[in-house]
Design a protein around this ligand. Structure first.
Ligand SMILES: NC(=O)c1ccc[n+]([C@@H]2O[C@H](COP(=O)([O-])OP(=O)(O)OC[C@H]3O[C@@H](n4cnc5c(N)ncnc54)[C@H](OP(=O)(O)O)[C@@H]3O)[C@@H](O)[C@H]2O)c1
Length: 334
């Protein structure tokens, strides 16, 4: 037994054998091709044992990157608290094998200092996240969104301070429009804390943001991780026969049932392409991103280990023929 094998998980050789690791931009960091996010399904409202089971399974399958934010839950903060408890019970010996991220930028606590992009908010929120997760440091701390009211110098100065003070190893941006992304990257570079990664919304159903940014990521040598790659579950077989009671759309939160209905014709047509490729629709939606060369890590969400296992099999088939791409584009542009 090697010194790092603690017996709880498979041997490291096995854990790392099936995952693919991509360089994050021009940095030294390798990202798993598939990362796991804790936005939904990991709060106090969810079943703790299921959360623990999913996270352990993910780590055992070579997922090294776990994505959090201050307000993930519900309630806000509870995904970080659950993660902290699970980390303490299962992952402590493996801290150096994991990339753990958090963010601040959306509403978190009342009053003028619990939202947007001030240094006051970002530094306090980072400290709170570390406390909730019981960690000494984060691997990546993100500015969760561009704040038009705060000078970019202040928000980037906060990220630089967070890294220099040892709270995080790397700075990341999320949801920045292309022009502000380029400005922010230049400021961070000047400060000596280069931006590692940009986290953006991108899926077969939401392509515009990625298309406006991939060129800039490439030019700047910055990695890209894409969230909601399954359009919150729409690009799966979850809604092909109606809206299940236990699904995200049934909760009418960020995913509305009306949107699911509207996208269903495209989803059904894509499902037929996936079947011919010998994949599920979810696998195809992930493979489509991995094969493009624009994405360092596809950041998925899951509510069960079955979904996780099935999605990981996307790695087995990431090549698309010209005919398949043409057919997919035709469906998406209809
Ligand atoms: N930076 C930002 O502003 C931002 C915003 C949003 C998300 N994120 C990050 O991105 C992560 C992923 O976002 P997301 O959860 O929206 O991603 P997603 O992968 O598009 O959707 C995940 C949902 O799809 C369904 N699903 C997944 N695999 C499935 C399968 N094999 N079969 C059937 N259904 C399946 C599940 O829905 P059910 O729960 O209904 O089973 C699951 O909760 C978040 O956790 C977060 O870390 C970041």
């Amino acid at each position: 037994m090697r010194i790092m094998d603690y017996g709880v998980y498979r041997a490291a050789e096995d854990r790392y054998s099936t995952m693919q690791y991509n360089r994050c931009g021009k940095s030294g960091v390798l990202m798993p091709a598939i990362s796991l996010g804790l936005w939904q399904n990991f709060g106090f409202v969810n079943n703790y044992d299921n959360c623990e089971k999913i996270l352990k399974a993910a780590f055992d399958k070579g997922i090294t990157c776990f994505d959090l934010a201050n307000n993930y839950g519900p309630p806000y903060g509870s995904a970080e608290r659950n993660f902290g408890r699970i980390f303490d019970r299962n992952f402590k010996p493996y801290r150096d094998e994991m990339l753990i991220t958090s963010k601040a930028g959306y509403d978190m606590w009342p009053g003028p200092y619990g939202n947007w992009g001030s240094k006051k908010y970002l530094v306090a929120s980072c400290d709170q996240s570390l406390k909730r997760m019981g960690l000494d440091y984060l691997d990546i701390f993100y500015s969760h969104r561009y704040d038009p009211e705060t000078p970019l110098e202040e928000t980037m100065g906060a990220l630089d301070y967070i890294v220099r003070s040892g709270r995080a190893l790397y700075a990341g941006l999320s949801n920045y429009p292309a022009d502000k992304f380029v400005e922010a990257v230049a400021i961070l570079r000047r400060l000596g804390t280069p931006c590692l990664i940009h986290q953006i919304k991108y899926s077969m159903l939401v392509r515009e943001i990625g298309e406006s940014l991939f060129g800039a990521h490439e030019r700047e040598g910055i990695g890209c991780t894409t969230f909601s790659p399954l359009a919150q579950g729409q690009l799966t077989d979850r809604y092909l026969n109606g809206i299940p009671q236990d699904s995200r759309a049934a909760r009418e939160g960020f995913l509305k049932s009306a949107m699911v209905e509207e996208n269903l014709p495209k989803v059904r047509a894509l499902n037929e392409v996936a079947k011919r490729r010998g994949q599920t629709l979810a696998q195809m939606a992930i493979s489509w991103q991995l094969g493009s060369g624009n994405v360092s890590s596809v950041l998925i969400g899951v509510s069960s280990t079955e979904q996780l296992d099935s999605n990981l099999a996307a790695l087995d088939n990431t090549v698309f023929s010209a005919e398949e791409m043409a057919e997919i584009n035709k469906i998406l542009e209809a």
